[in-house]
Design a protein around this ligand. Structure first.
Ligand SMILES: *[C@@H]1O[C@H](CO)[C@@H](O)[C@H](O)[C@H]1NC(C)=O
Ligand SMILES: *[C@@H]1O[C@H](CO)[C@@H](O)[C@H](O)[C@H]1NC(C)=O
Ligand SMILES: *[C@@H]1O[C@H](CO)[C@@H](O)[C@H](O)[C@H]1NC(C)=O
Ligand SMILES: *[C@@H]1O[C@H](CO)[C@@H](O)[C@H](O)[C@H]1NC(C)=O
Ligand SMILES: *[C@@H]1O[C@H](CO)[C@@H](O)[C@H](O)[C@H]1NC(C)=O
Ligand SMILES: *[C@@H]1O[C@H](CO)[C@@H](O)[C@H](O)[C@H]1NC(C)=O
Ligand SMILES: *[C@@H]1O[C@H](CO)[C@@H](O)[C@H](O)[C@H]1NC(C)=O
Ligand SMILES: *[C@@H]1O[C@H](CO)[C@@H](O)[C@H](O)[C@H]1NC(C)=O
Ligand SMILES: *[C@@H]1O[C@H](CO)[C@@H](O)[C@H](O)[C@H]1NC(C)=O
Length: 507
């Protein structure tokens, strides 16, 4: 006896929406079975399954982190949901020690169990006898599990230590997920209440989350085929609203199409980032130099803070201090407050832009990123640089590159980041705490000039935060033989000859 299941994939939304409007939040599945009966025993092998439904930053206007809850299954006193965190920000990531998610339950919900993450506190579960929930807090705080978690505690996309890559750098790792089993929540979608007050920390402040919005049921197209299958097999048959079966039979076999509707609930929460909320002071600054002028324009003094030995002794450490190691490992070691090397700018990170060489048709700039923070290895760091010559970038050495065109057309903005396993880790302050790259630009005769600091960047972001630039009047100047000083001369010459010519005509 054999039963074959073929798989119907509908890519056209129109054909589905006609069927889908019968139920508001269906998990909509189509199965195509092909029966072949021999005798009276039927077996069948499930091959594949599809659950279908339709489902301010000027440089990244649509950037956000979306947290999606999919109720997958009803339990006697609640539900099981898969929570997925997607980072849709082009150049902002969450690095170790990772995201911290919080919310407030609408009623008296408890978390029976979690897979792929855990709450930081259990809270007061004293009213439970026997089975003790994983967390009884009204406002649970959830953190990711670390890589290397036993497989039976994992689900797809979990256990990355809370690290979320940026959308541009590593899309497969820009997602994180966990499964949560919620109790005392009611068992139908009419009584399930959407949690409130979502908070996302990264792990510091910066993100603001909106209210949860009920959306159409997610479409789970499995990458490996396993997760989708699992999702449906766990669904309670009571949630099956109806099934349509269409069969075409011949003498030997039947071909059937099953259309199944399940009740389900999904909601989305969108969180957006604001540097203003994240920290009170800037976190990086820019210094400049060029081959045509010996002046090195350092970061503006006190860009990220001032050295103040009297009111805040120990706000920074001298790089050659004999006590360096003890200060670095001293109190505050695990805090997120940077411990910076003493500099005039006091920034944890400095980006240096050097205009290095001038060729006939090209010019070359060198970028150096220096870490002054003794308490941070920046993993998967990235830079966003704005310069009008990026539309003619010819080559970038030892960094990865993508042009960002938030408004289409003008691509004067580039995202740069370290190559995986080579220089994607910017080590803590010290001899290894820097990364470098060179950029080769093709000159566009109509715009190119070394005048007025044109060769310097307009704006630089490090890990999504804008860096403090030197004042424009401090930029290194061209020596006096530059083209600008030439132009008035040319004009005077022209005037002289025109006058002379007129004189001749007049005469
Ligand atoms: C979140 O980002 C995604 C991808 O850029 C975008 O499609 C969506 O509209 C954004 N959501 C909000 C509420 O901005
Ligand atoms: C429950 O489902 C019904 C339709 O099935 C829908 O109208 C309603 O908004 C849902 N309620 C919640 C809280 O999800
Ligand atoms: C949500 O958070 C705000 C601010 O933190 C607070 O004032 C409010 O009471 C919270 N709401 C709930 C339901 O906890
Ligand atoms: C909800 O979130 C999912 C995944 O992040 C996204 O694909 C979907 O477009 C979102 N829906 C709405 C209405 O924002
Ligand atoms: C603070 O310390 C630095 C370096 O140790 C020193 O150069 C500076 O003069 C001191 N400032 C004051 C106000 O003591
Ligand atoms: C940075 O990485 C190095 C090498 O992996 C490690 O020895 C050091 O402790 C790390 N520093 C911090 C602040 O995490
Ligand atoms: C600039 O953008 C256009 C389209 O927006 C693209 O075709 C072109 O390759 C980009 N140039 C570079 C150097 O990335
Ligand atoms: C520079 O890029 C612009 C736009 O991509 C293009 O029109 C122009 O021809 C390029 N100039 C050179 C010298 O390649
Ligand atoms: C180099 O630039 C500085 C301004 O940063 C200027 O004061 C100086 O005169 C310039 N040097 C030469 C040789 O032009």
């Amino acid at each position: 006896m054999e039963l074959k299941i073929s798989f119907l994939s509908f890519n056209s939304r129109r054909s589905i929406s006609k069927l889908a409007h019968f139920a508001s939040f269906p998990i909509f599945s189509l199965l195509f079975f092909s029966f072949k009966s021999i005798g009276t025993i039927y077996t069948f092998e499930k091959k594949n399954l599809l659950l279908l439904t339709e489902a301010f930053d000027p440089l990244d206007p649509n950037g956000n982190i979306t947290i999606k809850w999919d109720v997958m299954q009803w339990t006697p006193d609640g539900y099981v949901a898969v929570v997925t965190i997607n980072n849709y920000q082009q150049y902002r990531h969450i690095q170790s020690p990772g995201w911290i998610l919080g919310w407030t339950w609408a009623k008296k919900e408890v978390i029976w169990s979690m897979v792929g993450s855990q709450t930081t506190e259990q809270g007061d579960c004293s009213k439970f006898k026997g089975n003790i929930p994983h967390c009884c807090k009204k406002d649970p705080t959830v953190v990711d599990l670390l890589p290397g978690t036993p497989y039976n505690l994992q689900i797809a996309n979990c256990c990355k230590g809370g690290v979320l890559s940026s959308w541009v750098q590593d899309p497969p790792n820009a997602v994180s997920a966990f499964q949560i089993s919620v109790g005392s929540a009611g068992t139908t979608n009419k009584t399930v209440r959407v949690p409130k007050n979502f908070t996302l920390k990264a792990p510091g402040p910066g993100y603001t989350c909106g209210a949860a919005k009920i959306v159409k049921q997610s479409r789970f197209v499995s990458q490996d085929g396993r997760r989708t299958t699992q999702a449906l097999s766990k669904l309670n048959l009571l949630d099956l609203v109806y099934i349509i079966i269409i069969c075409i039979c011949s003498f030997a076999s039947c071909n059937c199409l099953f259309v199944c509707y399940f009740v389900s609930v999904t909601w989305n929460v969108t969180c957006t980032y604001s540097q203003f909320l994240s920290q009170k002071t800037p976190s990086c600054c820019v210094s400049l130099s060029s081959f045509y002028n010996d002046t090195i324009v350092d970061c503006p003094t006190c860009s990220c803070g001032c050295q103040n030995n009297i009111t805040q002794p120990g706000s920074c450490v001298e790089g050659d201090s004999p006590y360096l190691a003890s200060v670095v490992n001293g109190p505050g070691k695990s805090s997120l407050v940077p411990l910076v090397q003493c500099t005039s700018h006091m920034c944890p990170v400095r980006i240096h832009w050097h205009v290095k060489l001038n060729y006939k048709e090209y010019w070359r700039a060198k970028i150096t990123i220096t870490n002054f923070n003794y308490r941070m290895n920046y993993s998967q760091w990235n830079l966003v640089v704005q310069h009008p010559n990026f539309d003619n970038i010819t080559q970038i050495f030892s960094f990865d590159y993508k042009s960002l065109t938030p408004y289409g057309g003008i691509n004067d903005t580039a995202m740069l980041w370290g190559m995986k396993y080579y220089n994607d880790l910017l080590m803590e302050a010290g001899p290894a705490g820097n990364v470098q790259s060179e950029l080769l630009f093709r000159k566009d005769a109509s715009t190119f000039t070394f005048q007025k600091g044109w060769a310097f960047p307009r704006r630089i972001y490090f890990n999504g935060d804008i860096c403090v630039m030197p004042a424009p009047d401090a930029y290194p100047w061209l020596p006096n033989t530059g083209p600008l000083s030439f132009r008035p001369m040319l004009l005077r010459l022209l005037l002289f000859w025109t006058t002379l010519a007129c004189l001749f005509i007049y005469v």
